[in-house]
Design a protein around this ligand. Sequence first.
Ligand SMILES: [Fe+2]
Ligand SMILES: [Fe+2]
Length: 271
Amino acid sequence: MTSSHAQFELEWMGGRPEALLRRRRPGIDELPWGTLSPEAFTPAALLEARKVWTNGAFTEYASAAAFTTIAGAFMECGAPIDLSAAAADFAVDELTHAELAARLLMELGGAVPYEVDLARLAPLSTAATPLGRAAELVLKVASVGEALSVPILAASLRAADQPLTRAVLDRLVRDEGPHARLGDWFLDWASERLTDADRRALAEVALDAIAVYAPLWQREPCDSCQPAAAFGGIPREVYRRTMLESVRHRIAAPLSRHGIVLDPVRLSALL
Ligand SMILES: [Fe+2]
Ligand SMILES: [Fe+2]
């Protein structure tokens, strides 16, 4: 596969594709666009907000690719069609979130330099069977990734006071709740098809995925490098506490109900 890094940019087509998307996801143009007042903030706060929302636009876009991959993996293992449809539908949610983040970013003054390799966007799985691939992907993306982002977005929403930031975050928070449940729903269906060895392997997958995020809460608190609440920033200590609670209650506990038990020693080393 050839690949190359380039500045992350999003394009918009308009016309029929836009009309179809708006029919499926109405209300986007009605948000209070044009109301953000960047001049009310310090240049440093504004720059930090642009960094956060540039990264946000990219992670939403990457999530869309992830749910698209999961939808395909679900179908390849014969998962229920409504479950596969939910995964595909979540991909459209995430594309809408990427649009929202990008439009908010334009009001803040545009993206910061941000190199990406779109050829490597979709998550990979090393599992040998279609069922194993679907389980691995949905655990990494939904049971871990989405479960961690939901409470952070909710905390950002509580802290935000600009109407546009609030409206964008409110939309994200409302959509993300079901995204985080997809792993649970998949395991409701797949549980009886999984062996004990599969469960042990999936527990390692989940720990590896948590380890990828761990630097977010393990790094030192930094008071000067958090964006203003108006732009969706939250205090570092609140962020840290929220993440640790999420690992225990939103990731480890639901997985253990499906017999996927995270090794307590490895888990506490990550917290
Ligand atoms: Fe999203
Ligand atoms: Fe999501």
